[in-house]
Ligand binder design. Structure first.
Ligand SMILES: [Zn+2]
Length: 293
């Protein structure tokens, strides 16, 4: 992606912390992973496997009010700047498209952190993977996920996989502004009081997540139209989308596939809906809930 010298978003918060000695050790509650799984939207299809068990770990936080500057490597700073440019493109995309629909786009925040972060949805560690918190309209991303995507999930090497990741989370922000997230929340509450089975809810969750993939494709289309994509970028996004498909992750982590527990869609579905968004370039085909997926 052509990103150097381009506009960086001003909605990026640097919450990276040095893991310096002298940091304050905080033992987190054992049920934390579950809380986070319920209130945030994750990128991957198997949050249970990804959520760090903070109950058995200690997170390092810097002491009290002291500001310790994060010493980023050159590569980390490049990724930081890259993410800031991607967010600027996301803002431009949705400001343009939603103004056509007379919808005021409230720009999301992007909080880049390292290790552990206090989000509006609770304390999270990077084991949860990238997520969006509707309560504070922020995308949370540990930049080390770039390596995780390639080394652990098997995505193709290249920068545009991360653009897909950020655009997917920003898709959850659009869903929140458009009221789709609220509808999913109501369905989730029906599981809690027994009116809806978990399996039935999972099927809604898949459609919800595929919609975020569609919205990521819309952003990629916007970037392509402005000449920002390099050859191979689209393939990198598709490879990233496929790498976080439920079937791929389940095969990798448990050796077999259980479609009833899918909550993000298969690799093929995620690629397909990303490309649908890319080919369409607007919201005209974004309804993933009333069509075969
Ligand atoms: Zn998601």
């Amino acid at each position: 992606m052509k990103w150097q010298g381009r506009r960086k978003s001003s909605n990026v918060t640097d919450a990276r912390r040095p893991s310096a000695t002298g940091g304050r050790k905080v033992a987190a509650g054992g049920g934390l992973g579950l809380v986070i799984a319920l209130v945030v939207f994750l990128l991957t299809g198997n949050p249970g496997a990804l959520i760090g068990d903070l109950g058995t770990q200690e997170a390092i936080l810097p002491p009290g009010n002291r500001q310790i500057e994060y010493q980023a490597t050159q590569r980390e700073q490049q990724l930081f700047d890259y993410a800031s440019v991607v967010l600027a493109d996301i803002e431009d995309t949705w400001n343009t498209i939603l103004s056509r629909e007379s919808i005021n786009y409230i720009e999301p925040e992007l909080t880049l952190y390292s290790g552990v972060v206090q989000s509006g949805c609770g304390l999270a560690d990077s084991g949860v993977g990238p997520f969006y918190c509707p309560a504070d309209h922020s995308i949370y991303l540990d930049l080390s996920f770039y390596d995780t995507l390639i080394d652990r999930f098997g995505a193709q090497r290249g920068d545009f996989g991360m653009a897909y990741v950020i655009a997917h989370e920003a898709g959850h922000h659009v869903q929140t502004l458009m009221g789709v997230t609220g509808q999913l929340d109501r369905l989730r509450s029906q599981v809690a009081d027994g009116r809806l089975t978990q399996e039935a809810f999972n099927r809604y969750s898949v459609r919800f997540e595929l919609q975020a993939d569609y919205l990521a494709g819309v952003v990629a289309r916007y970037m392509a139209q402005r000449g920002y994509l390099d050859p191979g970028d689209l393939e990198e996004a598709l490879s990233a989308a496929a790498s976080v498909g439920d079937d791929h992750i389940q095969r990798q982590t448990q050796g077999y596939v259980n479609p009833d527990s899918f909550n993000h869609g298969t690799s093929a579905q995620r690629e397909r809906w990303f490309m649908m968004g890319y080919d369409t370039g607007d919201l005209s085909l974004w309804d993933t809930f009333n069509v075969p997926i």
